[in-house]
Design a protein around this ligand. Structure first.
Ligand SMILES: [Cu+2]
Length: 175
């Protein structure tokens, strides 16, 4: 009997403690999802040329809408380029040094075959699979707003500033 009443008294404290943990968990979740989204946007898929000089590496990649593909090579023995068969992207004239980036915007989901124009017949071809962008996470409904304790301090500060102004402005008038 005594125990029961004890737990009853303790309960409110426990609840507020739990609420604190829940609040922190929500904050952490928001931070981590935001971080993940930012990372995703800056993750380019890099395609280069392998040591045979006649192959893309890798030649098959998968990415999501919003992501970019980067064709990067330098100091190659042969000049290469990367051109989508449907014309979506084109790194330009074949070159021994290329750094070409193309972003697959929303709505570009699909498969894209691309070739190195001078070496297509040698099998220097590849495929980029673009998956639809993931659905945005549902908006967080619960957002505890901490009581803004700064307000009194701010108003105190502003009234001090006002008083100071008044004092400064009044001085010449009184003379
Ligand atoms: Cu080539």
């Amino acid at each position: 009997m005594v125990w029961e009443s004890n737990t009853c008294i303790e309960n409110p404290y426990r609840v507020s403690k739990v609420m604190k943990y829940v609040f922190f968990a929500i904050v952490l979740l928001l931070l981590s999802t935001g971080h993940a989204a930012a990372e995703n946007a800056s993750t380019d898929v890099v395609i280069t040329v392998d040591s045979t000089n006649l192959r893309f590496n890798p030649s098959e990649v998968t990415l999501q809408e919003g992501q970019a593909v980067r064709f990067v090579w330098g100091g190659q023995a042969l000049p290469h380029n990367a051109v989508a068969k449907d014309g979506l992207f084109d790194s330009g004239e074949p070159s021994r040094d290329v750094d070409y980036r193309f972003v697959f915007e929303n709505g570009t989901a699909g498969d894209y075959e691309f070739v190195c124009e001078p070496h297509e017949s040698f099998g220097m071809v590849g495929t980029i699979t673009v998956e639809p962008a993931p659905l945005p996470p549902p908006a967080e409904v619960v957002e505890e707003v901490e009581v803004v304790e700064e307000v009194p301090a701010l108003s105190l500060l502003s009234s001090i500033t006002m008083l100071a102004f008044v004092a400064i402005l009044r001085r010449p008038v009184e003379e």
